[in-house]
Write a protein that binds this ligand. Structure first.
Ligand code: NAG
Ligand code: NAG
Ligand code: NAG
Ligand code: NAG
Ligand code: NAG
Ligand code: NAG
Ligand code: NAG
Length: 374
């Protein structure tokens, strides 16, 4: 079934690729995504941040204007092959454009100078699905509460790299992704997330959060990925949604990890704790003792020996620490026909140890290892 589908998709992909070759899509790594209203977009997923490419610079906007009979605001391009999209990005706009056409579902406003959203700017639009506001000057006190109120179809709201100081309130309940990375957010408005039961991805990295209080993330019952890297946490925040599968806490100065730091997460598979200043003395030996964990990143810390990890762990990154000795007990409490580590990739490079220092019996424990970096 799956294979058949893949085969029938192939000619379609070719058509799409030919179409996109007209544009100059030179830089970075791109991932094709087919889920965006008929025409695929290329999204740069480096750092988990999309930069949705506009048509500007790739196809002459005047061509669209001359050939597209539909109304189009002067500050925007209206791609003829994607009538529900409006590209108004990288124009130096100080305000959102007026007279947005009713048909608009995908609104690209990234790379402008927009600081405010008035309650009426979407007054004539009822079907908005994406609102992309990355790299603007948005300020929390200039977002009118009602601005997004009636947008029941809105599923992506991106406002990375702005000047927000708090998570906006009154967000529409249908949101699936909320990206607020690299702002100056130090607080979460009370009840900001209480209706967002469909939100699966929340990016808050590069902000100024110090703590999460009990009600802050209440309501996020479907949250899958939570990025809190590069904030001001001094310990693993409590009261995080238990549904989280990917939890990123890198680049916070953490004093340590307690026995119960990750208790309550039943699905946690990917945990990033890189660049947190962690020492082995501060890490409770039981803290990672849960079998859902697949990948653990503890690179760029101050560990002097290997931490105790579950035998079910498959990827462990310990590069750039101060590890001098390899303690097999970290990976296998005992070695037997069925007791061995499921580790596939182990990085130990950039430490104070050499390959010769691995204990002679390590291969009996790390039996299915595919790659080791020492
Ligand atoms: C955006 O605003 C900044 C400062 O507010 C100004 O220096 C810059 O020239 C503006 N950019 C454009 C393209 O208007
Ligand atoms: C909404 O549509 C009405 C009627 O066409 C128009 O007068 C008004 O300016 C529009 N509002 C916005 C914010 O575009
Ligand atoms: C939202 O919809 C309600 C009911 O249709 C209307 O009264 C209100 O003005 C709308 N708000 C905005 C900001 O458009
Ligand atoms: C959440 O998602 C479900 C399933 O896709 C959908 O039925 C529901 O209407 C969504 N909730 C909101 C508030 O949009
Ligand atoms: C870590 O976070 C700080 C701000 O908190 C930022 O300036 C720095 O670039 C981040 N470092 C990395 C490697 O992400
Ligand atoms: C991990 O926790 C289980 C109970 O959930 C316990 O039986 C086991 O001994 C612990 N493993 C280690 C290595 O402490
Ligand atoms: C290895 O770790 C175990 C338990 O974590 C500890 O009892 C033992 O002393 C360690 N051995 C070395 C050589 O560090």
């Amino acid at each position: 079934m799956q294979a058949k589908k893949a085969v029938s998709m192939a000619p379609l992909c070719c058509v799409v690729l030919v179409l996109l070759c007209v544009f100059d899509s030179a830089s970075t790594t791109f991932v094709a995504d087919m889920d965006y209203g008929g025409v695929p977009l290329w999204i740069d997923r480096q750092f988990g941040e999309p930069s949705v490419l506009s048509l500007q610079g790739r196809m002459d906007p005047r061509w669209f204007r001359a050939n597209n009979p539909q109304a189009c605001p002067l500050q925007c391009d209206c791609p003829i092959q994607w009538p529900t999209a409006l590209y108004c990005d990288h124009r130096g706009l100080a305000d959102t454009p007026d007279h947005l056409p009713e048909r608009t579902q995908y609104l690209f406003l990234q790379g402008n100078n927009i600081s405010s959203l008035s309650s009426s700017f979407l007054a004539n639009i009822t079907d908005l699905r994406w609102l992309i506001l990355d790299h603007n000057q948005l300020q929390s006190d200039k977002l009118e509460q009602a601005a997004l109120q009636n947008q029941s179809q809105l599923c992506y709201l991106f406002a990375n790299n702005n000047h927000l100081t708090s998570v906006p309130s009154a967000l529409p309940a249908g949101l699936k992704q909320l990206r607020l990375a690299h702002n100056q957010i130090s607080s979460i408005s009370p009840g900001a997330f209480q209706n967002l039961h469909n939100l699966t991805l929340l990016l808050l990295q590069g902000n100024k959060l110090r703590t999460i209080t009990e009600g802050d993330l209440k309501g996020l019952s479907s949250l899958n990925l939570l990025d809190l890297s590069g904030n001001l946490f001094s310990s693993v925040p409590r009261h995080l949604p238990p549904s989280v599968v990917q939890l990123y806490l890198s680049n916070n100065t953490l004093s340590g990890l307690d026995e119960d730091s990750f208790v309550g997460f039943l699905n946690l598979k990917y945990l990033r704790l890189s660049r947190c200043g962690l020492k082995i003395q501060g890490i409770h030996p039981q803290v990672f003792n849960f079998s859902s964990l697949v990948e653990l990143d503890l690179s760029y810390n101050k560990l002097s020996t290997t931490p105790t990890v579950p035998t079910t762990l498959q990827y462990l990154y310990l590069e750039a620490n101060q590890i001098q000795g390899f303690n097999l007990t970290s990976f296998c409490r005992e070695v037997g026909p069925l007791s061995y580590s499921r580790m596939k990739v182990l990085r130990l490079d950039g430490n104070k140890m050499t390959y010769q220092q691995l204990p002679p019996d390590w291969v009996y424990c790390l039996r299915v290892l595919e790659r080791i970096f020492v």
